[in-house]
Design a protein around this ligand. Structure first.
Ligand code: AP5
Ligand code: MG
Ligand code: ZN
Length: 232
């Protein structure tokens, strides 16, 4: 199963990708995490992307597509994965389809995590991120068991520099302009699955897993459907 997770900054893509990949045994690949790791290493890629991320802008397609392509080439084609934060532009979505079709593969589902704009800001201003494994926490909604330490790896928790109020505003604007059109791209392909992301974290995970279970494999192109998971 090949999945992409779509949603605004703070919608819970990372939180859900971690939980769903654990439950279903998938590999989680997050473009933002890969960029932050490159910055921590201080390598060429890290230097190239720093100024874009700091300003809340998208990293140019050319750099982003190349990075994802290099990672996907290392994957065994039978390995299932969740892409979190990629694609984020139409050009990236088309490039991804091309990369996969060269291996006779395709994205099965695009999971859109839907959250109201007001809630996004509350989530991002309260977020804490693990410096080592990048797991996301929230001061109120999802605190770590030990203050300042990651439950999963013991790493130090920090506030991402792009979680400053002004940068959050910019990131949401960029999302609406450049990434939201992707919804149509996957809807037209009959692959879009919308989930109500404004529920408890565990409830959202359950809804995603249940929706994937009732719609396994690739949907038939003659029946474009947008499965919507309602809160029960
Ligand atoms: P990236 O790291 O992908 O950031 P983002 O898309 O802005 O998304 P976030 O990671 O901020 O949010 P999320 O949806 O993962 O939410 P999370 O689960 O953490 O990208 C960073 C930057 O890298 C970009 O701005 C860009 O510059 C660059 N970049 C990355 N990919 C790129 C690409 N493809 N092309 C070009 N540039 C790219 O949750 C947020 C908070 O809410 C957490 O505190 C969490 O605990 C809490 N929370 C989660 N779910 C719930 C819930 N159900 N209820 C209550 N709280 C919740
Ligand atoms: Mg994330
Ligand atoms: Zn960690």
């Amino acid at each position: 199963m090949y999945l992409v997770f779509l949603g605004a900054p703070g919608a819970g893509k990372g939180t859900q990708a971690v939980a769903v990949s654990k439950q279903l045994g998938l590999t989680h690949l997050a473009s933002g995490d890969l960029f932050r790791q490159a910055q921590t290493r201080g390598d060429e890629l890290g230097r190239q992307v720093k100024s874009y991320i700091e300003k809340g802008l998208l990293v140019p397609d050319e750099i982003t597509i190349k990075m994802i392509q290099e990672h996907l080439e290392r994957f065994n084609p039978e390995q299932s994965f969740i892409l979190d934060g990629f694609p984020r532009t139409l050009e990236q979505a088309r490039a991804l389809d091309k990369m996969l079709s060269q291996r006779q593969k395709a994205i099965d589902r695009a999971v859109y995590i839907e959250v109201s704009p007001d809630e996004l800001t509350t989530r991002l201003t309260g977020r804490l991120t693990c410096r080592r494994c990048q797991a996301p926490y929230h001061r109120v909604n999802s605190p770590p068991r030990v203050q300042g330490r990651c439950d999963k790896c013991g790493g130090e928790l920090y506030t991402r520099p792009d979680d400053a109020a002004e940068t959050i505003k910019k990131r949401i604007e960029v999302y609406l302009e450049q990434t939201a059109p992707l919804m149509d791209y996957y809807r037209k392909a009959g692959k879009l699955l919308s989930v109500n992301g404004s529920q408890d974290i565990e409830k959202v995970t359950g809804d995603i897993v249940a929706a994937l279970a009732v719609s396994p494999g690739r949907p038939r192109p003659t029946q474009p459907t947008e499965a919507r998971v309602k809160s029960r």
